[in-house]
Design a protein around this ligand. Structure first.
Ligand code: CTP
Length: 491
């Protein structure tokens, strides 16, 4: 399909945007060098899709009928001798960075392939191919669009599968029979759902049916590749779209079975509880309106993860999920490990938010003591604002009266937190007396009394018995030492 077709389908603004993008000096340079080398080359894939959709992108893929590595090296020389070309010989690809308009662009060159297109595959490329071969083997019609960089047809769109129309109609579908496309690389099943979520597109029926049929094949894909796609779904504007599709296709059950456990509602004596899967997705969507923090979004996904394990029906009371926040926090490391998520401070942060997610609402009570507020500030530290966002997103009642009440309650909690923080500076507070000082004052070598004294000083400050002040804490330490029968060695 040729340029004229392309032009008549697009509004002037799109056309102007596309033309502007094709003025990128890298495209001019590639075109020039390719002509000298008598090679045919095209911009292809996600970059083309994104400029058509006017989504700015700095990742450019150039596909060459021939050696992508040779072309990359020659283009890089034009760009100055400091340009470092990274070559991946096994995959026949080469990449370099290019600074333009205050941005760093990543320009990747790849030779056209007959086999499935996978830049991250451990398998080396098998056979060189034509433009048509290469487009046939791409994942979706919207990702198979190519724009010519050849002099005689510069800027012409090559769209054998009507991908442009699919962009207009918001459709995800595979260029070949979906079973073939997915068997080439089963990760594409997840990619279909990821694109549907990110772009708010529909997955065409035969394509979704093929995902359902082939879901089990996701097991041959590495956990690292899977979690990359899952995280992209989580970072989308409305992540629930992706999780509902993952659930419907059977992929979620394989990838993240703990999440499936939240699905459904049980009834005893006519009393049911809410579907915690749908509730969690609502919390996640609510939260996503306010933050791009992936780990805070993960906290939303996991905040009620232990509800199925802790669920009980108590006669006269109804359904209870006692201690689900403690059990849930304990489940976080295992889930992170299984899902190949980082086992570092990000995990600790998620654990902490899951553990504390019920605490702010408990502070609503009129008679709540300053001490309870101080304790929460101390335990949450700098993450208190994130915790409040999570809790506010946790309000998913359909009853507007209740929502109003909860929202007002959270305003009260925020006010209390603010007042106590301003007064006592508890957030990130370090007890003013160190273990070294206690040892020095009482002439101690490391022993359990030091920990006891330190903790009691901390508790006294949090409970408001003494102020967060060095002298008061020092005097209190002397009192505690005296009670424990310790002698002052140095005052
Ligand atoms: N591709 C594919 N099959 C895959 C991965 C990638 O066919 N499993 C092709 C698609 O044509 C895709 C291109 O390689 O457009 C580039 O891949 P990638 O950078 O992973 O995706 P993008 O489409 O650029 O999207 P994003 O940058 O959002 O990941």
């Amino acid at each position: 399909m040729l340029t004229s077709y392309f032009y008549c389908n697009f509004a002037n603004s799109n056309l102007f945007y596309l033309k502007e993008q094709l003025n990128h000096p890298v495209f001019k340079a590639v075109s020039e060098v390719a002509a000298q080398m008598q090679l045919k080359c095209y911009v292809i894939g996600g970059y083309v899709r994104d400029i058509i959709m006017e989504r700015p992108s700095v990742d450019i893929d150039i596909m060459v009928i021939g050696s992508g590595i040779d072309l990359a090296k020659n283009v890089a020389t034009l760009n100055g001798k400091d340009t470092k070309v990274k070559v991946f010989k096994n995959f026949g690809t080469a990449v370099f960075n290019y600074k333009y308009q205050d941005k760093v662009w990543q320009i990747e060159f790849v030779g056209a392939r007959k086999e499935s297109y996978r830049t991250d595959s451990r398998k080396p490329i098998v056979e060189d191919g034509t433009l048509e071969d290469d487009q046939n083997r791409r994942d979706f019609t919207i990702n198979a669009l190519a724009i010519s960089l050849n002099k005689e047809s510069y800027g012409e769109l090559v769209d054998p599968f009507d991908g442009l129309n699919d962009i207009n109609k918001k459709i995800i579908r595979t260029p070949l029979e979906p079973d073939i496309t997915f068997s080439d690389d089963p990760l594409r099943m997840l990619r279909a759902i990821r694109f549907a979520t990110q772009l708010d597109f529909f997955i065409q029926v035969p394509t979704i049916e093929s995902i359902i049929k082939n879901a089990d094949r996701i097991k041959i894909v590495s956990g690292e590749r899977i979690i990359e796609e899952i995280n992209k779904i989580i970072l989308a504007k409305k992540p629930s779209i992706g999780f509902k599709l993952l659930y419907q296709t059977g992929l979620l059950k394989i990838i993240f079975p703990e999440f499936i456990e939240l699905k459904g509602a049980e009834y005893v004596d006519g009393k049911g509880h809410k579907d915690n899967f749908l509730h969690t997705l609502e919390v996640l969507d609510n939260l996503s309106l306010h933050t791009d923090n992936l780990w805070l979004r993960w906290s939303a996904i996991l905040h009620d993860i232990a509800k199925p394990n802790t669920k009980k029906f108590v006669k006269g009371t109804g359904w209870t999920f006692h201690a689900h926040e403690f059990v849930g926090a304990k489940m976080v490391p295992d889930i992170f490990k299984k899902l190949k998520l980082p086992l570092n401070e990000k995990m600790k942060y998620v654990e902490k938010l899951v553990l504390l997610h019920l605490r702010p609402i408990a502070l609503v009570d009129e008679i709540v003591s300053d001490s309870a507020v101080r304790r929460l500030l101390f335990e949450a530290g700098d993450d208190i604002d994130d915790l409040m966002l999570l809790c506010e997103s946790d309000i998913t009642s359909k009853n507007q009266e209740k929502v109003k009440k909860y929202t007002t309650n959270f305003k009260i909690v925020r006010q209390k937190l603010k007042e106590i923080e301003e007064k006592d500076r508890i957030r990130n507070f370090q007890p003013p007396i160190t273990g070294e000082l206690i040892m020095e004052v009482f002439g101690l070598t490391p022993c359990k009394e030091i920990g006891t004294i330190k903790n009691k000083i901390k508790d006294a400050i949090l409970d408001g018995i003494i102020n967060n002040d060095y002298q008061q804490a020092y005097d209190y330490m002397l009192k505690l030492g005296n009670k424990l029968g310790l002698k002052v060695a140095k005052n």
